[in-house]
Design a protein around this ligand. Sequence first.
Ligand code: CO
Length: 153
Amino acid sequence: MAIRNIVQISDDVLRKKSSEVKEFNEKLIELLDDMKDTLFACPNGAGLAAPQVGVLKRVFLVYVDNVLYEFINPKIVKEKGTQVGDEGCLSVKGKYGKVKRFMTVDVIAKNRYGEPFRIKASGFLARAIQHENDHLDGILFVDRATDLVEEDN
Ligand code: CO
């Protein structure tokens, strides 16, 4: 277990498309555990995708309402309604913006052992899933955001 470095927006790795996980092995478990440590080390972090730690694999975590969800090879299979809300990103420090997302999404994915599951998510959980899923295709929230604001530090 270790905290990995979170790459920032200038890094090209964030713009690449991630590939599917084919082997559910020790290396994947290590990646997931490290991603958890890395996410939990960030106050207000609601999610982290593997490309953010420089690994181009279709893997992300979301942490919403004190529950940690792990998604491997996720696919959004159903989308319903819309919501507009504020987003930020651990790879885009100090910037926030309003992003339009689906209100509800159904996702199929695999867990760390390669077992399939399906989840229906709404509201902020659905937002976090859509944000993280975008990372797997090289899309950042700033691409979708309106009213982008920079925090003064
Ligand atoms: Co992000």
